[in-house]
Ligand binder design. Structure first.
Ligand code: SAH
Length: 336
């Protein structure tokens, strides 16, 4: 196993079988240490901070794991108006944020025209803009890009087609994959990722997920444990395994040494210090929730998410304690 980790660390290339055996390897600390070294060598000690605005929890989809799925009648729906979004962006840039991430459910109210107007206004500020608003047409994506959006996040969620189908009623795996290739083609810095520990997900399918990320040449990969959430069909299922989540993340760092990898909120939600452990096992990005407080609890994609909230000051302290620091630039993917 030590040879395999060394091979991953130096060649950044593993076969399917090799990834599977690393995912099954008990002594994960060895993988984390290697991933931490690769992170330092390729992307350094700077950590990129992104300000996340969850601007609508209205969603037309019914992903079985997600708390804001259309069929969940127990949550109060909200939409931020343009002024509130721009005010939040303005405050964030004053605080030093260099990237804004706009995330929402798949909400058709925010059509191409509304998104274009938002993108234009946000790009008046000196920030990079990431969108995470789901599956749209090629033309929509192109219009967002032409208007000035820089990056797009769309997790594939799982590359196991059968599992994808059960988890995403009335959605198409082929279309989600096509969306990702469209985003790449249009020139977005493209982020994707998967959930870890979905019911009936296998280690082998996680290995396929990792190979897919490499094939897509993703610029950013965010992974996190599945969290069983009330008022969803999976509310009684078991949460994903947090140490397996760290392992998947660390292997991604070994294989894709120069990409951006966030320490995700879901990791911190399932484990105190989850964010810190992630940052020391391959991650170089943190997303901070800057959604206005009154809406924050309502963007309940999974339970206890807000418990894991962190402020800009707190992240500065955390980074200090592990000899890391907040990056000064926009933090785009620099290919080595
Ligand atoms: N509508 C957008 C944003 C989805 S929310 C889109 O389709 O891309 C962002 C991410 O939250 C999802 O991609 C999913 O991976 C994650 N998520 C949703 N429900 C979750 C749960 N119960 N546990 C862990 N992560 C979850």
């Amino acid at each position: 196993m030590k040879d395999l980790i060394l091979k991953a660390k130096n060649k950044h290339d593993l076969s399917f079988d090799e990834i599977v055996s690393l995912l099954k390897y008990e002594n994960s600390d060895e993988i984390f240490v290697a991933a931490n070294e690769v992170r330092e060598k390729y992307v350094g000690n700077d950590v990129h901070i992104r300000g996340l605005i969850e601007f609508s929890n209205v969603c037309k989809q019914n992903c079985k794991y997600c708390g804001i799925r259309a069929k969940n009648k127990f949550i109060e729906r909200y939409r931020l108006n343009e002024d509130d979004i721009i005010k939040t962006v303005s405050e964030a840039t004053n605080l030093g944020y260099k990237t804004i991430v706009l995330q929402s459910g798949e909400d058709d109210y925010f059509d191409e025209e509304k998104m274009i107007s938002l993108i234009k206004k946000i790009k008046n500020y000196d920030v990079a803009l990431t969108l995470s608003i789901g599956e749209k047409t090629y033309e929509d994506y192109e219009a967002y890009k032409v208007t000035g959006a820089n990056r797009y996040l769309l997790r594939i969620e799982t590359t196991d087609e059968k599992l994808y189908k059960t988890m995403h009623p009335n959605m198409s795996y082929e279309n989600r994959k096509q969306c990702l290739y469209n985003l790449k083609k249009i020139g977005f810095e493209t982020g994707t990722g998967c959930l870890i520990g979905l019911p009936n997900q296998t280690i082998e399918s996680l290995a396929c997920d990792i190979l897919f990320f490499q094939e897509l040449e993703a610029d950013m990969i965010g992974v996190g444990p599945f969290i069983a959430t009330k008022n969803t069909p999976l509310e009684k299922d078991l949460n994903g395994d947090i140490s397996l989540s760290f392992k998947v993340m660390a292997i991604i760092r070994l294989l894709m040494p120069d990409i951006n990898i966030p320490a995700t909120t879901a990791m911190e939600t399932l484990l105190d210090d989850g964010r810190k452990i992630a940052l020391q096992s391959g991650a170089n990005v943190v997303m901070i929730n800057i959604t206005p407080q009154i809406y924050r609890l309502k963007y309940n994609i999974y339970d206890n998410k807000n418990k894991a909230s962190i402020s800009y000051c707190e992240i500065e302290k955390l980074l200090n304690s592990i000899n890391r620091k907040i990056a000064s630039g926009f933090g785009s993917h620099k290919k080595s």
